[in-house]
Design a protein around this ligand. Sequence first.
Ligand code: GDP
Ligand code: IMO
Ligand code: MG
Length: 428
Amino acid sequence: MPALVLLGAQWGDEGKGKATDLLGGSVDYVVRYQGGNNAGHTVVVGDQKYALHLLPSGILTPECTPVIGNGVVVDPSVLFSELNGLNERGVDTSKLLISGNAHIITPYNVTVDKVTERFLGKRKIGTTGRGIGPTYADKINRVGIRVQDLYDESILTQKVEAALDAKNQMLTKLYNRRAIAVDQVVTELLTHADRLKPYVADTTLVLNDALDEGKVVLFEGGQGTLLDIDHGTYPFVTSSNPTAGGACTGAGVGPTKISRVIGILKAYTTRVGAGPFPTELFDEDGEALRRIGGERGVTTGRDRRCGWFDAVIARYATRVNGLTDFFLTKLDVLTGWERIPVCVAYEIDGRRVEELPYSQSDFHHAKPVYETLPGWSEDITKAKSFSDLPKNAQAYVKALEEMSGAPISAIGVGPGRDETIQVNSFLD
Ligand code: GDP
Ligand code: IMO
Ligand code: MG
């Protein structure tokens, strides 16, 4: 049986949480494979709204086993406060599994994230300040702390020493901050060990066994394709691989196991933080998209930058992820516009360009070439099938599908679980 990957096709916040939750009832495992609590996934179940940062959205489905894979970076205090919050609301979180190989976001990683951003000044990335980049940097520099290290105090102490050696030089000499004491960090990390223990597992083995037994596994991406460290708008990206390949390395499952890759695609575009965004709007339309779409960050509370749909980006997401399907979200937000511009190509230095340019400076100069599609004014939030949509909304979806290079298999017409039109099944 299949492994499915569900990921963001744009700059994050496409509605991955809702889409994962929707599939939760039909899958056995939901796995986060990268990122950490920089994510903010909103799930609305009935009249209840949940904001998840680190936990997989499958945690809200009792039959489903939620898994935090080796590719994720885990801040233990954030993990526990999220678990406490869910437990207080009656959600059973006891099935959660966490990879012993996942890296831990330590307090000094959070400090380094904040001071680095401050020192970048105007050139800052606009990170979420959660310590994500510095934790992945430690991982790649081979001075990271892993979940399993909490169970060997001597190894943990040696590793924290190694990690703090250079950092303390940097903090005191370059950034004029106080040095961080090794024993203080070790003591703090050890306070999490006992509570974390029951969740720690060899998740690679668990997931591969599950797939061999015919179970269905869903990999839930955080962030989005354009925030990918390799394929995104570098350096204005996150420090992991949200793209489809990240699911293999971040969970220890081979690419031959993956049968479906679903790109979550907003019917317009948003971005949080700095970096290029060709279709960004600075006018009343942008303000209206922000207001009607409720485009405010779940994690940092920052207003999201808003713009029209960009088909060049959607095509690129299809290419680098090998997308088999799109899940188009927030179509209802576009209700009421008489005409809706869609970016079909870019103009760069007088040339028409159909594909995302690999060169950063070209992308910075890209001007959107728009086609304008007729809008609709009817309320679509109650639509249950494609034919329930007004003709112009149908035509908008079909035009996006044509331009984006993969079938649109589901359409979101509201934030709730049941406010979805399923065009094709994801599980056949
Ligand atoms: P994620 O990070 O990709 O999970 O997305 P976020 O949760 O950060 O942002 C998506 C927002 O859109 C959330 O507030 C969702 O509740 C909401 N949402 C998701 N799908 C739809 C939809 O089809 N229509 C509307 N109106 N809201 C949606
Ligand atoms: P979800 O999963 C939108 C952005 C930050 C910043 C850049 C780097 O909810 O879609 P980081 O803290 O990761 O080092 O910040 O990435 N960013 C997101 N933008 N949605 C997210 O997650 C994001 N996670 C990180 O705003 O520009
Ligand atoms: Mg989000």
